[in-house]
Each structure stands twice: as structure tokens, then as C-alpha cells.
Design a protein. Structure first.
Length: 149
């Protein structure tokens, strides 16, 4: 992993806010030429620091306004093994292996409470999932992603 200097961190912050920004625009804010910004972005991509470019969608506008976090308690299977069985489930936004009594934490999003119930029932049928604990998201006050500075 390359060391990130102050300019790299500023560049990453700007790209987090608007990944479609033109190199010339970014260069103006960083006091760099567009080609210099291009080279920095290229290096950050090659090193794996920038993994992909994406858009930030409004969940309610897309019809998937019900969010939940689900603790998954495992029995006789590892997180990796269970993940192989659930990775295809489109409701899952994030899947984490965690320390503590539960083995996994899922962040999921569905269109309704009935759809969430159907999803949870599907989880219960996965070998190695002993039980789940679901917490509904009422509101999100901060969702900034990874910190760069």
C-alpha cells in the first residue's frame, strides 16, 4: 500500500463527494494540473485504494426504504461457509464477520416488512444459521463511508 500524502487524501475526499468530477475541476481545487490528477487517480486505482466508482442512491426512491441490521448466530459453520450460501441474496447490502456472540452482521434493505419477514425466513433455512436478531433502521443520520482524513 502506498503512503497517502495530504493531496491524495484531499483528492479522495473530493472523489467521495463526486466521483464523476472532471480531472480539471479536481485539479483547480488541489492546485494541480488535470494530467497530474489523472496520474494520482491512476496510482490510487492501481494500488487498490480506489476500488470502484459508484452512485449513492436514495433507498426510498428506489422502492427499498425498509432497512435493517441482522445479527446472525452461527452453529457448526464458519462465516465464510455461510456467506457462500447467502451472497446471492439481493437484499444484503453489507455482510460482516464480527466478534462476539453472533458471528455475522448483515445490513439489508427491502421494500416492505413482509419482504423482510420473507428474507429472514429464508435465512433460517440456511444450514449453519442457528438464529437471528433483527434491528429495524428508523432513520439514518450519518452514512459517509470510509474516512480519508
Amino acid at each position: 500500500m502506498p503512503d497517502l500524502d495530504v493531496i491524495d487524501r484531499k483528492l479522495l475526499g473530493l472523489l467521495k463527494r463526486n466521483s464523476a468530477a472532471k480531472y480539471a475541476e479536481l485539479g483547480e481545487q488541489l492546485n494541480l494540473s488535470a494530467p497530474a490528477v489523472f496520474e494520482r487517480v491512476k496510482r490510487l486505482r492501481k494500488s487498490g485504494i480506489i476500488k470502484r466508482y459508484t452512485v449513492d442512491l436514495a433507498p426510498t426512491a428506489t422502492g427499498f426504504g425498509l432497512g435493517a441490521h441482522i445479527l446472525v448466530y452461527l452453529k457448526q459453520r464458519t462465516c465464510e461457509e455461510v456467506f457462500q450460501d447467502i451472497q446471492h441474496m439481493s437484499e444484503i447490502e453489507e455482510c460482516h464477520s464480527i466478534a462476539g456472540e453472533a458471528g455475522m452482521l448483515l445490513k439489508v434493505r427491502t421494500e416492505s416488512s413482509k419482504a423482510l419477514e420473507t428474507f429472514i425466513c429464508a435465512l433460517w433455512h440456511i444450514t449453519g444459521i442457528e438464529r437471528t436478531l433483527t434491528m429495524l433502521t428508523l432513520d439514518t443520520y450519518q452514512d459517509d463511508g470510509i474516512r480519508v482524513a
